[in-house]
Ligand binder design. Structure first.
Ligand code: GAR
Length: 213
């Protein structure tokens, strides 16, 4: 558990436009999250998240499995950046690739992922981004929401840290539902990071215990 008042050193992994990264940066700047984004890593050289990192003078790295002949070299490249920046927590903010096992093991219980549904529903391989909201609407759900969870060795299966629901409306499309869920994501991801920054998170099996302040 973190105990000092120093800002928590967070490396963000993102594959896309980076609105979650932007929300976290805004909340850090507003003094709501005692953290510092020390690096941003993307598998996608064109990711808006990398551009956003550049604009905020945050070291930005394009590191993709495709650049390496072997998975170990890929893991080593990620671990090198993580260690170089003394990363304490990893935040997966719209990262659409699986994190290699050596990284998950090196950062056990210190990797958070944001998922745009209420896990364990509508998670797992192939259920990401737009596909999640389509699946929620196709099922006829009356509520959806967002989950921040600890990353374990499978897709979307680690224990939840924060969850929040939103209503599904009669005339929703995947885009309108995605926008309502995204607004909630932007709140709960920062809340979860702040809980880590305050040293209030303890993982006991599948239960994430949040200590009182
Ligand atoms: C977010 O909705 C996030 O929950 C989702 O990708 C979007 C990224 O948006 N992540 C997943 O589906 C991961 N399974 P952003 O780039 O604007 O933060």
């Amino acid at each position: 558990m973190k105990t000092s008042d120093e800002p928590l050193r967070v490396t963000v992994f993102a594959s896309g436009r980076g609105s979650n990264l932007e929300a976290i940066l805004k909340n850090i700047n507003a003094g709501k999250v005692n953290a510092r984004i020390v690096a941003v890593i993307s598998n996608n050289s064109k990711a808006g998240a990398l551009e956003l990192a550049g604009k905020n003078n945050i070291p930005a790295y394009h590191i993709s499995q495709k650049q390496y002949t072997d998975e170990h070299l890929f893991s080593d490249a990620l671990l090198k950046v993580l260690q170089q920046h003394n990363t304490q927590l990893i935040a997966l903010a719209g990262y659409m690739k699986k994190i290699p096992l050596p990284v998950i093991r090196a950062f056990k219980d210190r990797i958070l992922n944001i998922h745009p549904a209420l896990l364990p529903s509508f998670g797992g391989h192939g259920l990401y981004g737009h596909f999640v909201h389509e699946a929620v609407l196709n099922y006829g759900c009356k509520i959806s929401g967002a989950t921040v969870h600890i990353v374990d060795e499978d897709y979307d299966t680690g224990p939840p840290v924060c969850q929040q629901c939103v209503p599904v409306l009669e005339n929703d499309t995947p885009d309108t539902l995605a926008a309502r869920v995204l607004a909630v994501e932007h709140e709960i991801f920062s809340q979860a990071i702040q809980l880590f920054a305050q040293g209030r998170v303890q993982v006991k099996g599948r239960r994430v215990i949040i200590a009182d302040r």
